[in-house]
Write a protein that binds this ligand. Structure first.
Ligand code: ADP
Ligand code: MG
Length: 393
């Protein structure tokens, strides 16, 4: 029997002793794999200087705490109830990284956290935003520039601290189109760069690079569903390769899918590229992969077999595919955007083209959806790229 939102909120208020003294729950705003998020009013809001409260009139910003308390304007927070099934290490990791990032630009700061028995909640300022599904089809290139200026500002500050977010996607970047500003949330999968690094082929000099099959490398053999499983290694005695693959399907960078053992902050830039591809193609979700192999195939369909083989090689993997429809060279992003937006040929049969703004966007997109992480654009570089700089004009 499905529990109503009201029942769920009442149960939470009953079980988390003391929470109602400080917060009045208003609604449930998020329900994910790892948490439930509620909008609530902070009943004791006083001197906390909420720089995120964009509606706060200038005159009130400088009011004394007592003056602020006297005014009846409500202050909202997001209470993130982290599921008790999450390991304590995981919960600690999220809170610690948020604490580390507390003064980072465009990252939603942690106000406080509470624990009652095995239940932990994180309290964040409530950020007014719009659901991505409501606006992704209507964004102009100008809007897109502003969106990414904000996202890269957040990523620059996260990456400056050598933290990988690992789950960049629209639901984790709360964007307010009116303000042309967003905040990054959800550090549940984030990690410090280098945490369990083991040398990967990709960090070797090109001449030292080789297939390290004899070592603990798992060869990916991609097969179409119709083929026999002939070339797949049976009784494989090699230990399988371990790498962090946390993230969301469809947003994972090739090196994550290929189990690179030295993943760095550039994985987030790939995911940002998937968002840009979504906006330009007006398709959400753009990728629909069921698993990692499927995800690799979807990328291969775009970039081509040659590029994907080279990318696999980079990380010491072998990639074989016998799917006949995949071309060696893949397709240009321009072509994919045209296809997705139904602009293949006009009435006279002449090929259609992207407009100049879209061409600029596509050029920039190549820098994000670059398969080699070492060549992929960084957040800092992206903010200095002409495509993003034009947002200021
Ligand atoms: P999960 O780990 O379960 O994905 P998130 O931190 O991503 O949890 O939060 C889930 C959802 O809750 C978000 O997608 C967003 O809709 C909402 N949310 C989270 N934090 C805030 C916030 N500070 N302000 C407004 N909404 C928020
Ligand atoms: Mg999330």
């Amino acid at each position: 029997i499905e529990e109503t939102v009201a029942e769920d909120m009442a149960r939470f208020e009953d079980s988390f002793v003391g929470i109602t003294k400080r917060y009045r729950l208003i609604n449930r705003i998020g329900e994910g794999t790892f948490s439930t998020v509620y909008k609530a009013e902070d009943l004791e809001y006083s001197s906390f200087d909420n720089k995120w409260d964009v509606d706060e009139p200038e005159t009130r910003k400088w009011a004394s705490p007592s003056q602020k308390r006297r005014s009846r304007r409500p202050h909202y927070v997001a209470i993130k109830k982290i599921y008790v099934t999450s390991s304590p290490i995981r919960i600690f990791n999220e809170l610690e990284l948020l604490h580390d990032l507390r003064s980072s630009d465009s990252v939603c700061p942690l106000i406080t956290a509470f624990r009652h028995q095995d239940q932990v909640v994180a309290v964040l300022p409530y950020f007014q935003h719009r659901d991505f599904r409501d606006y992704y089809r209507d964004m102009s290139i100008g809007d897109i520039r502003l969106y990414f200026r904000s996202l890269f500002t957040a990523l620059r500050s996260v990456h400056a601290k050598k933290i990988l977010h690992r789950d960049i996607k629209p639901t984790n970047f709360l964007y307010n189109p009116q303000l042309a500003r967003g905040v990054l949330v959800d550090f549940g999968l984030a990690e410090r760069q280098g945490t369990d690094w083991v040398q990967c082929n990709c960090t070797l000099q090109a001449e030292d690079r080789r297939y390290r099959i004899s070592h603990s490398v798992y060869a990916q053999t991609l097969q179409s569903t119709t083929s026999q499983h002939s070339s797949y290694p049976k009784n494989d005695t090699r230990s399988s390769r371990r790498a962090n693959r946390a993230g969301t399907r469809g947003f994972r960078a090739p090196e994550v899918l290929l189990k690179c053992t030295q993943q760095n902050t550039s994985i987030d830039m790939w995911s940002a590229g998937v968002i840009l591809l979504t906006l330009l193609s007006r398709r959400f979700p753009f990728f629909h992969s069921a698993d990692d192999i499927d995800a690799l195939l979807e990328i291969t369909a775009i970039v081509g077999k040659k590029k994907m083989k080279d990318t696999a090689f980079l990380h010491g993997q072998v990639l074989e595919s016998n799917i006949p429809s995949y071309t060696e060279g893949g397709h240009t992003l321009e072509k994919i955007i045209l296809w997705c937006t139904g602009r293949t040929k006009d009435e006279t049969g002449a090929k259609k083209e992207l407009d100049d703004d879209e061409k600029d966007a596509a050029k920039f997109l190549y820098r994000l959806l670059e398969c080699d992480p070492a060549k992929r654009i960084t957040a800092d570089e992206a903010l200095r790229h002409p495509f993003i700089l034009q947002a200021l004009d």
